[in-house]
Design a binder for this molecule. Structure first.
Ligand SMILES: C[S@@+](CC[C@H](N)C(=O)[O-])C[C@H]1O[C@@H](n2cnc3c(N)ncnc32)[C@H](O)[C@@H]1O
Length: 359
């Protein structure tokens, strides 16, 4: 018996709207590479505060080829990243955008966000293949733009919040750090958080660790550059095996959900932490349910989660794959399964949730 399907009525206006949205998104996708290009060639920095410039003037100031710069500027103008004055043929970077595109200490500094997105998309073919089998792709297997972009993306938020509001939101932790505490920063990547804490708390000692050797090498050099290498040491170790006992504070910044065995990591933290110690867990902002995360931040994080975080977790033992949008309830389950008796959300920003766990 053949089944006849009712013809589906197509709303032409809705279809057109969707196609135009998609055109805009293709432009935005290409803009990821264009922003990285502008950042690398110093185009945004040369535009910042310079007033209206021609493409030739911008090329002269940056030692680049005018024909490329003109096309780049037109793409930036069409995307609303620079203003174009048709009469003079000059382009201006608005001061607000200059902050977001050129000031690495601004909490809204964007180039790292684009850089990690570009690196992630660059590696996406591997994820397509992995999705056929369920295999993982480890953090260490990605291109440098993922690692470098990650540091440049997260550091501004840590710089703006970590010492001024996240640590003070934890019970009694700042007083201990001021007096002199032992801190383990686990899954520390390039050590942005470790260096910020070591700079702020000169009586305390810091041990950063990460399973990725390349990241630990960079972390060591960051500590040297910041002049804190004497109190910030680094080791290549997984969260399930980092060395040391009796830590007053254990921190994990945007990495618990990337781990294959977060419960195993939590158990190890429970063994390594002092009886009255604190475990600070910083995770991407997320609600517990999918419908809580249907918004622009959720969109970006689900994208990174599909292409980076979930494959990273699946590449490791257990492969729990919490995902970057795990939400508070699942993080609580992980923490309490490891024997921590107290867990609370200490504070939050639009991009991060900060949890406090105590033995
Ligand atoms: C998104 S990055 C965050 C890095 C750093 N904490 C930051 O905020 O910039 C996640 C980090 O977790 C690390 N990682 C993943 N699984 C790990 C594990 N099982 N043990 C230790 N580190 C792990 C990765 O190597 C990577 O450096």
């Amino acid at each position: 018996m053949t089944q006849t399907l009712e013809p589906v009525e197509i709303d032409g206006a809705k279809l057109e709207q969707f196609v135009f949205k998609a055109v805009d998104e293709v432009g935005a996708t290409l803009n990821t590479a264009l922003v990285v290009m502008g950042d690398r060639l110093g185009l945004y920095r040369a535009l910042a505060g310079a007033g209206p410039l021609t493409s030739q003037e911008l090329a002269d100031r940056t030692g680049t080829a005018e024909r490329y710069v003109r096309e780049w500027l037109n793409a930036q103008a069409a995307g609303g990243y620079v203003d174009y004055d048709a009469e003079s043929g000059r382009y201006t970077l608005p001061p607000e955008y200059a902050v977001a595109l050129t000031d690495p200490d601004s909490p809204v500094y964007l180039p790292g966000f684009f850089q990690i997105a570009l690196g992630t998309v660059h590696d996406s073919e591997r994820i397509v293949e992995a999705a056929r089998t369920g295999a993982g792709v480890g953090w260490h297997e990605h291109v440098h733009d993922v690692h470098d972009g990650c540091e440049r993306f997260f550091r501004p938020g840590y710089h703006a919040n970590l010492v001024s509001s996240w640590l003070p939101a934890l019970d009694g932790v700042v007083a201990k750090l001021d007096r002199g505490a032992r801190v383990a920063d686990v899954g520390c990547g390039h050590g942005a958080s470790t260096v910020l804490m070591a700079t702020a708390f000169t009586n305390s000692s810091f041990q950063g660790s990460d399973y990725h050797e390349g990241s630990i090498e960079v972390a060591r050099s960051r500590a040297e550059e910041a002049g804190v290498a004497g109190r910030a040491h680094f080791e290549v170790a997984s969260a399930q095996s980092f060395t040391g006992r009796g830590f007053d504070l254990v921190t994990m910044f945007d990495c618990l959900h990337d781990m294959g065995d977060p419960v195993g990591a939590a158990r190890h933290v429970r063994e390594a932490i002092a009886p009255d110690g604190t475990w600070m867990i910083v995770e991407p902002a997320a609600g517990d349910r999918v419908e809580d995360n249907i918004n622009p931040i959720g969109r970006a994080y689900y994208g990174f989660s599909t292409l980076l975080c979930t494959p990273a977790s699946l590449s490791q033992e257990v492969g729990l794959a919490l995902g970057a949008q795990a939400g508070e309830a699942r993080i609580r389950d992980v923490v309490t399964a490891a024997g921590f008796t107290r867990f609370r959300r200490a504070t939050a920003t639009p991009f991060n949730l900060v949890y406090e766990a105590r033995p």
